[in-house]
Ligand binder design. Structure first.
Ligand code: ZN
Length: 630
């Protein structure tokens, strides 16, 4: 038996009657055959947790759990009816019962009293999950994948624990930490970084650059000699955008079977975007590099973490996620390497500003020596209007377009920007600032919004308050109408003035392009960009002022007559000034700053400015560069 388990067991009293001790990732799980000890362990577990600084969970042995039918009947009796619809799902291997509820707060009870009652009466460990307020197929599918693979998950999580606690597998000689840039070095897209220590190999993000002209430029450079998929210990995903998660299923296709750490919203939205990547490829008559089976493997091997939950992932790396303010469930990844040797913060994409939907990124960390920061909007001349100004501008554009009986097409990123805009439009309609017009939400944007309704705890406090205390969920407003089929899309085009939210945001593919083809020649209509337009994308061509546009593989020339507006204030990324404010507020200050995820001039510029203002070493490495950080 592993030393740490021996240590835990030696401190337990004889009557604890422990039948089994195993791992679930970095957590230690004990199964007791004693009903009495399970219900009244009197703080002994707490004491051991304080001593060894690892999470320990006490569960009943499956042999003492109440029969499933009886337990379900008891649960339905104990949980008040006001909690709404209930699904009760058993995970008998782990003595866990999952209770899906429309109102989790009521199923949990004041300081958990309802759940304690469930525990006492059934001898199962109850876990409560929210049923999305808007039905979400993807969440149902993901939960099914997890429930169906309970047995596999139990073994997998124990294996992950052994990797963390069994001791070093490589020889401990020198101490060093290095990062290989496998993607997003002086570019936006295909984020991928390999973090290596003498013991560990960890991948930070694995994304696809969907705007890349050639396939070889679209994927991370796994041909770097130091990358070996068989040696990989863990993947960490900062958030659900395709340029950060899109390549992960491919790694599972190539045989990787280790853990993928992310937040729950990142897992759910990310899976949906990977599925979308497959269907967009199919529509373009391209072969996707992976199938839905590989996405399923990613889900099966996911380990979700909450913000500020500290977790060991290898013998010498401990990870903590912090809110990044960028999209739902996005995180700044803090890595504590070797016992106090080095602390690295990888920002992924960050927004250092409160938006309607999310709070600004966190700036305080226990320790910090190296910062890896994004530079998407770091250009010196990138001085976007404020969010409020852009909000007013958007409402003005919509009113003017309505007045001339036109339609407003908004190509949006399915995640984040669309929900932010939905919140703004709902607010304006509710306050009477905007008349109630139909707002058509194209398929995938709707599906992602449904996922948002599953995780209101990740929202910014004011909107959380609206939902929980005033029962006013902006996403449920009747002005929003879902468009899923070609037939419905045609009806929208034939109908009167309206707003259309459609992906992709850069018009590289998808329904935003389909709508644009139908709407572009009529000057009554408006096209409103709210996000970054990558080089080579149709969005960038339009933004550059092209008036007669030919699309690849089409003979027709499209005349761009509709009114064009680009509103920069809604960005999910920090502006240059916000990046510098983030630097200024960072506590503690890093000694080294690596700038990535920006066009070359932006990366160089931000690196040079940070060096001058904060007197720290800065670099902006290219793809395939390796940086030693300790
Ligand atoms: Zn992003």
């Amino acid at each position: 038996m592993v030393d740490i388990l021996k240590e835990v067991l030696k401190d337990l009293p004889k009557d604890a009657d422990i039948e089994d001790a195993c791992f679930e990732g970095a957590n230690i799980v004990l199964y007791t055959k004693s009903k009495d000890f399970f219900l009244r362990e009197n703080g002994i577990i707490r004491e051991i947790v304080d001593k060894i600084k690892k999470r320990i969970e006490l569960r009943p042995s499956p042999s003492i759990c109440l029969k499933e039918e009886d337990a379900e009947a008891a649960i339905r009796k104990i949980i008040p009816e006001e909690a709404g619809e209930l699904n009760v799902i058993f995970d008998p291997q782990r003595s866990i019962v999952i209770i899906e509820s429309e109102k989790p707060g009521l199923a949990i009870g004041k300081s958990g009293e309802v759940l304690r009652e469930v525990k006492r009466n059934t001898l199962w460990v109850p876990i409560v999950r929210r049923i999305p307020t808007i039905k979400s197929n993807i969440i149902e599918k993901i939960r099914t994948v997890l429930y169906e693979n309970n047995d596999y998950r139990k073994k997998f999580l124990d294996k992950v624990g052994h990797r963390i606690y069994d001791g070093w597998i490589r020889e401990k000689k020198n101490e060093w930490v290095r990062i290989s840039i496998l993607g997003a070095g002086r570019q936006v897209g295909r984020s991928c970084f390999l973090l290596q220590t003498p013991e560990s190999r960890v991948l930070l993000d694995a994304g696809i650059d969907v705007a890349a002209q050639e396939e070889k430029d679209a994927f991370p450079q796994l041909d770097a000699p130091e990358f070996d998929i068989n040696e990989l210990d863990a993947i960490i995903v900062s958030h659900s955008h395709t340029d950060h998660i899109g390549f992960v299923p491919y790694l599972y296709k190539m045989g990787y079977r280790g853990p993928c750490y992310m937040t729950q919203p990142a897992r759910d939205i990310g899976s949906l975007l990977c599925l979308d990547y497959i269907s967009v490829a199919a529509k373009d008559n391209k072969k996707s590099i992976y199938s839905s089976t590989d996405i399923k493997e990613m889900v099966k091997h996911s380990i979700t973490l909450n913000y500020e939950e500290v977790t060991d992932i290898t013998p010498d790396i401990r990870v903590t996620f912090y809110n990044a303010g960028h999209v739902l469930g996005s995180c700044l990844v803090h890595l504590h390497v070797g016992n106090g040797l080095h602390n690295l913060l990888y920002t992924g994409d960050l927004n250092y500003e409160n938006s309607n939907l999310l709070a600004a990124a966190i700036t305080r960390f226990p320790r910090l020596e190296t910062l890896m920061i994004e530079a998407t909007h770091a250009a010196r001349d990138d001085n976007p209007p404020t969010r409020r100004d852009s909000e007013l501008e958007l409402i003005k554009v919509i009113k003017e377009t309505m007045a001339r009986k036109g339609k407003v097409l908004m190509p949006v990123l399915g995640v984040g920007r669309s929900q932010e805009i939905m919140v703004i439009l709902e607010k304006s309609i509710r306050s009477g600032e905007l008349e109630e017009i139909p707002i058509y939400v194209q398929g995938i944007v709707w599906d992602i919004t449904a996922i948002h309704t599953t995780y209101p705890d990740f929202f910014y406090a004011p909107i959380r308050k609206l939902i929980f205390h005033k029962d006013q969920n902006p996403f449920l407003h009747p002005c929003f109408k879902r468009i899923a089929s070609q037939k419905e899309m045609k009806q929208v085009l034939d109908s009167g003035p309206c707003v259309i939210l459609a992906t992709s945001g850069m018009m590289t593919a998808g329904s935003s392009v389909e709508y644009w083809k139908e709407l572009c020649e009529d000057e009554k209509n408006s096209l409103v960009f709210t996000c970054y337009q990558g080089p080579g994308s149709l969005g960038r061509r339009i933004l550059n002022g092209e008036k007669e546009i030919q699309l690849p593989a089409e003979d027709k020339t499209y005349k761009m007559n509709m009114q064009l507006h680009a509103l920069a204030g809604f960005s999910g990324h920090s502006s240059r000034q916000q990046l510098l404010n983030f630097m200024k507020r960072l506590d503690p200050k890093p000694k080294k700053v690596i700038v990535m995820h920006g066009e070359p001039s932006n990366c160089l510029e931000l690196a040079s400015t940070i060096h001058k203002l904060f007197r720290v070493e800065t670099l902006s490495p290219k793809n395939l560069d390796v940086v030693r950080i300790n």
